[in-house]
Write a protein that binds this ligand. Structure first.
Ligand code: NAD
Length: 451
């Protein structure tokens, strides 16, 4: 038996002992995870710096701090979430009491991406743990420093067979997917999402796919242009644009395009100074492969600001391009880097048709003061989730489900949704043995007239 086969079978044995069904056990594990995270905080900040030069404030605010917040939220609500829910009975089953029991699936696999390597590995795992599953976490090999610390932190503090981190690349993930799993949670690209779904189909394993896409920011003529520029620049250039919900491109009403470009240029300077390469607050591109992929996009359109690169340092300046259209290379795939193409439109109705004709993005951001237009965008455009007059803020509320649609994935998590995602809902009707309605039993002769 390979070690992966052994691990999955060990997890199944652990699950079958029913230890994880005990709510007190789950609560204890979540508390332990919070305390272990605290112990490893400095190591994690350092690993995130080494992987992607993530500024400590971003690493804390968008990874470690979110995990503490989410653990506290789960601990506050887990008792009520885990209770069987009593629902109204039906006449046909009278008398009876009816319940929905949230049940753990068993062995869950969480596959993470490299851009928020800690958060995207552990945040789904919190839901799996809270719901009472045994969990294997496979962080991205591309963010290798974080993966190593994560493996050390989890594997040396949690019982082997209950919660494990497995490090490795494609072969390791494929090995895990060959095993009988009870739930798969994948964060990553649409291309690999399709591979994962095919593997899951072989064993009919339920799964969630958290993927990416080209998330538009639409700035309408009546928007507060200065605020729009500031909030788009923040959402785009945090983590050097390597954020699944970053605004991928801007559609701006043509009358305000020049004003928006002026404010974008100013905000980038306000954030990172005249030489962003020297800013301690600006991350780097994850590796040379992605650096070279992104650098090609700089040939498109007309440069508004940025454009500087340094391959040794994996630096690409926060860049804005104009005179872009859908035929340009940069508009063919999710950018996933600090290059922001801007396109303009005359009438909002023109771009509604265009955006609708593209794969559904993970997010969409609309800047306008007009409430009827806001509702029109929300109603008529397909996308996972988003904001009005802001970017990324929809991730800042654990009461909002987070997930994609179509090519950007399916299933959603965060807060209670994470608990629900990793719980099978078992429907139970409890009946007394008396009375026993004779109507349903054969022979049926003469009974139809009573229905
Ligand atoms: P990726 O798809 O290349 O890799 C994700 C994971 O899949 C990694 O753990 C990797 O080891 C594994 N993997 C890669 N190839 C595989 C294969 N052939 N078989 C099995 N496993 C394989 O994605 P990435 O480059 O790490 O992340 C970037 C993408 O993820 C972007 O598209 C981004 O939008 C998306 N993303 C989505 C979310 C979200 O929450 N929806 C969050 C972050 C990133």
């Amino acid at each position: 038996m390979s070690s992966i086969t052994e691990l999955v079978s060990k997890q199944r044995d652990f699950f079958n002992q029913n230890t994880t069904r005990d709510l007190a056990f789950r609560i204890e594990q979540l508390k332990k995870l919070k305390s272990v995270l605290k112990d490893y905080e400095d190591d994690l900040l350092e690993a995130l710096k080494q992987d992607i030069r993530k500024p400590s404030l971003e690493a804390y605010g968008a990874e470690i701090g979110i995990l503490y917040w989410e653990i506290d939220h789960i601990l506050k609500h887990i008792k009520s979430w885990a209770e069987p829910e009593r629902v109204t009975g039906s006449l046909i089953n009278f008398p009876s009491s009816n319940y929905i029991y949230p049940q753990p699936y068993g062995v869950a696999l969480v596959i993470g991406a490299w851009n928020y390597p800690l958060l995207l590995s552990l945040s789904p795992a919190l839901g799996a743990i809270a719901a009472g599953n045994c969990t294997i976490v496979k962080p991205s090999e591309i963010s290798g420093h974080t993966s190593t610390i994560l493996a050390e932190m989890i594997n040396s503090n949690f019982e082997d067979g209950y919660l494990n981190v497995v490090e490795g690349a494609v072969d390791t993930t494929q090995g895990l997917l060959n095993e009988p799993l009870d739930y798969i949670f994948f964060t990553g690209s649409t291309r690999v999402g399709k591979i994962i779904m095919k593997k899951a189909a072989e064993q009919l394993t339920p799964l969630t796919l958290e993927l990416g896409g080209k998330s538009p920011a639409i700035v309408h003529s009546d928007a507060d242009v200065e605020i729009a520029a500031k909030r788009i620049a923040w959402g785009k250039f945090i983590n050097a644009g390597q954020t699944c919900v970053a605004p991928d491109y801007i559609y701006v009403q043509e009358d305000i395009e020049e004003t928006l470009l002026k404010h974008l240029t100013e905000e980038i300077r306000n954030f990172y100074g005249y030489e962003p390469e020297k800013s301690p607050d600006y991350a780097r591109i994850i590796n040379t492969k992605h650096f070279n992929r992104l650098k090609k996009y700089l040939e498109d359109g007309t440069l508004v600001t940025g454009g500087q690169t340094n391959e040794q340092d994996l630096f690409i300046a926060p860049t804005v391009l104009k005179n872009i259209d859908w035929n340009d290379n940069i508009m063919q795939e999710e950018i996933f880097g600090p290059i922001l193409p801007v396109m303009s439109y005359k009438e909002l109705s023109d771009i509604i048709a265009t955006v609708r004709s593209k794969p559904s993005p993970l997010s969409l951001y609309f800047f306008s003061e007009d409430e009827s237009l806001q509702e029109k965008i929300i109603e008529e455009l397909p996308f996972g989730g988003g904001c009005i007059n802001d970017t990324i803020a929809h991730l800042g509320n654990l009461n909002l489900p987070f997930g994609g649609l179509g090519q950007s994935g399916f299933g959603s998590y965060h807060g209670k949704r994470s608990f629900d995602l990793f719980s099978h809902k078992k429907s139970i009707v409890k009946k007394p043995t008396w009375p026993d309605n004779p109507m349903r039993y054969a022979p049926y002769s003469g009974k139809l007239k009573w229905l």
